[in-house]
Ligand binder design. Sequence first.
Ligand SMILES: [Fe+2]
Ligand SMILES: [Fe+2]
Length: 161
Amino acid sequence: MISDNLTKKVNEQIKEELESAYLYLAMSAYCESKNFSGFAHWLKEQAKEEQGHALKLYGHLLERGGLVELKAISAPPKEFGSPRELFEQVLVHEQKITALIRTLYEVAKEEKDYPLEMFLQWFINEQVEEEASATKIVETLKMIDNKAQGLIMLDRELARR
Ligand SMILES: [Fe+2]
Ligand SMILES: [Fe+2]
């Protein structure tokens, strides 16, 4: 059985993951409206992954006898600026999620909740990947420096995800 404190914290993380999905979906719609279909596709896939993360936590909580409590998620912005500005926001967001996962992991450790600790190791590895892929896109966009040719090529590349 999972503690009440950890149940509360896992529920908060479920909300964060769903909020991430909502943010990436809004970003996807924005890119689509700017005719960047490849960026839009990448972000929509990302939104699905985030929903998957929420469901993983949801499953763990139920398995451990914790009560799932879905919280209100806030509305994301509608505008995200240039592709570079948008992906910089993705990176900052992922860094924020990494910090939250680490805090959750620390609490699980403090409470000696070994199953949750083990379970969260997947998320720790996942965040390494998430930050790396966002960083790669940001760095590429810096090199492209808002030039049409480069943007079109990167858009095509991200369409293949
Ligand atoms: Fe996530
Ligand atoms: Fe993520």
